[in-house]
Design a protein around this ligand. Structure first.
Ligand code: CS2
Length: 494
């Protein structure tokens, strides 16, 4: 089979082998800027938008993808070369694969190379919405301060170099300042990251920065910019070399960075848009008044569920999430954690069948085709635990309920942070706080396990809870003495 490089010119040549955008991409006007064109955005928002452009005569919501960080150069170059096109490969439960070329990313910018182009674009009247996937750690929130970290060197840099910022806060501030001075309407800034009240968090962090850098802009932002909260969901593993090869052999399409994902997707958005919005609901998104309970459910059950499987699975020596959840002992532990410790903290969720949701999660985690990497799940755990797991602990401590199973997972993380699995193989801890985690983990192993809980930027004041510490230390000793599997067996039968 002749193979074709994926780009606009070759689209018609591959049309008989793979679904391609049926709409005229040249007629699409860019109305959205998205910062962070990684796998998740491309499996989720860009796909919803592509389907909308396909199913309707709407042409105003093309996406300009912005690569913000220097290490995003690779994805920028690839997408630029492919005219913004990429293939989405959905791995169904039965092992079959659905593939389509997605066309909603119509422009691309690389911020480190040309910051002005990004600021100008964000300030353009055509841009009505700026969406973000900048990761949980990207919001510059400090658990220890319970506030914006104004001492972050990149933030200090941005205050001194407003024209060539490094952080999202520097960019947004300059762009909004320009919108204001040029009399351009406000816009919506929409986080698509896994953070409780992600819109409120974005607003609070941005305003903290603006108060330092451009205090005159605060009231304009309050009046003219909205920050809807949203719950986003689709499991999107890292693309493997085999996926790229498979696409080439099966369909004759050379795509340097296709995206693989599970069939399930969900997007629940607070309907707070100041300058218009796409009818994403036509293609399955839901606009609601209050998204908070849905976010809470997803973060505490799905994302925390991933963390449980990832950390325990890594110590045992598993490489993928399906391997971990298909281990009956780990699966029982996970189910107990979700039912006994998380579910009681989700009482405010009306009309949602949590048991059915948990059941569907176990099924999604078990999808053997997607091979979601434990390595991906464990990466940046220092940003994930405070959002996915610790709020459940806090809620339970407030009502004097057990936190034993969460404490077990934190203890496993302390041991994981030593950098070896139970067979003595190296675990590469990919985390912005990797050095700190390792230092505290070593001290915990040599002195007292509870030393790990001293990392205030992660645990805040958790060390003050006697009940948690006791459960944590018991779990720590048990894992060290008996290993993860024997320890979870004891937990499961207690
Ligand atoms: C994962 C998420 O990063 C993680 O730890 O839990 O990426 C998860 O796969 C998505 O939020 C699913 O919607």
């Amino acid at each position: 089979m002749t193979t074709y490089k994926l780009n606009q010119e070759n689209l018609s040549k591959i049309a008989d082998r793979i679904s391609i955008p049926a709409y005229d991409r040249n007629a699409i006007k860019t109305g959205i800027i998205h910062v962070g064109v990684g796998g998740f955005h491309r499996a989720h928002q860009a796909l919803y938008t592509d389907r909308l452009l396909h199913d309707s005569s709407i042409t105003d919501w093309g996406i300009c993808g912005v690569a913000l960080l220097p290490h995003d150069k690779k994805i920028y170059d690839i997408l630029k070369n492919q005219d913004g096109l990429y293939t989405l490969m959905v791995k169904e439960f039965d092992g079959s694969l659905s593939k389509r070329v997605v066309g909603s990313i119509t422009e691309l910018l690389f911020a480190p190379e040309n910051p002005k182009s990004v600021i100008d674009k964000m300030a353009s009247p055509d841009i009505k919405i700026i969406t973000l996937t900048i990761t949980e750690g990207g919001y510059n929130y400090s658990e220890a301060l319970e506030a914006f970290d104004a001492q972050n060197p990149d933030i200090l840099y941005d205050i001194d170099h407003p024209e060539s910022p490094k952080t999202i806060f520097g960019y947004l501030t300059q762009a909004l300042k320009l919108r204001k001075s040029q009399g351009v309407d406000g816009c919506t800034i929409q986080s698509c990251d896994n953070i409780q009240s992600n819109g409120d968090m974005t607003k609070a962090m941005l305003l903290s920065y603006v108060k330092l850098a451009e205090p005159g802009l605060v009231s304009w932002i309050n009046k003219n910019v909205s920050f809807p909260n949203s719950m986003v969901d689709r499991i999107t593993p890292a693309t493997a070399a085999e996926d790229i090869d498979m696409l080439k052999t099966e369909s004759g399409v050379e795509d340097a960075w296709p995206v693989v994902c599970e069939p399930f997707k969900q997007w629940i958005i607070e309907d707070e848009f100041v300058n218009g919005r796409p009818l994403w609901d036509i293609v399955g998104a839901r606009f609601v008044k209050d998204v908070e309970p849905f976010e809470k459910m997803k973060l505490r059950l799905l994302n925390a569920g991933h963390t449980v499987l990832g950390i325990l699975g890594a110590l045992v020596g598993y490489e993928t999430i399906d391997e971990a959840v298909n281990d009956v002992n780990i699966r029982e532990f996970l189910k107990n954690y979700l039912h006994l410790e998380v579910k009681p903290t989700l009482k405010d969720l009306e009309n949602v069948d949590l048991d059915a949701y948990i059941k569907s999660l176990i099924q999604r985690f078990g999808n053997v085709s997607i091979k979601d990497q434990i390595d991906r799940i464990c990466s940046e755990s220092s940003a994930k635990f405070p959002i996915f797991v610790l709020p459940t602990v806090k809620s339970n401590l407030e009502i004097a309920k057990s936190t034993e199973l969460a404490a077990f997972v934190v203890a496993a993380w302390a041991i994981y942070s030593l950098g070896k699995d139970e067979q003595g193989n190296n675990l590469v801890v990919k985390d912005a706080l990797a050095t700190t985690l390792h230092e505290y983990a070593v001290q915990a192993a040599q002195e007292q396990p509870k030393y790990f809980l001293e990392i205030e930027s992660v645990f805040g004041n958790l060390k003050a809870s006697e009940a948690f510490i006791t459960a944590y230390e018991n779990a720590y000793h048990s894992i060290v003495n008996k290993g993860v599997i024997n320890s979870v067996k004891s937990e499961n039968s207690s």
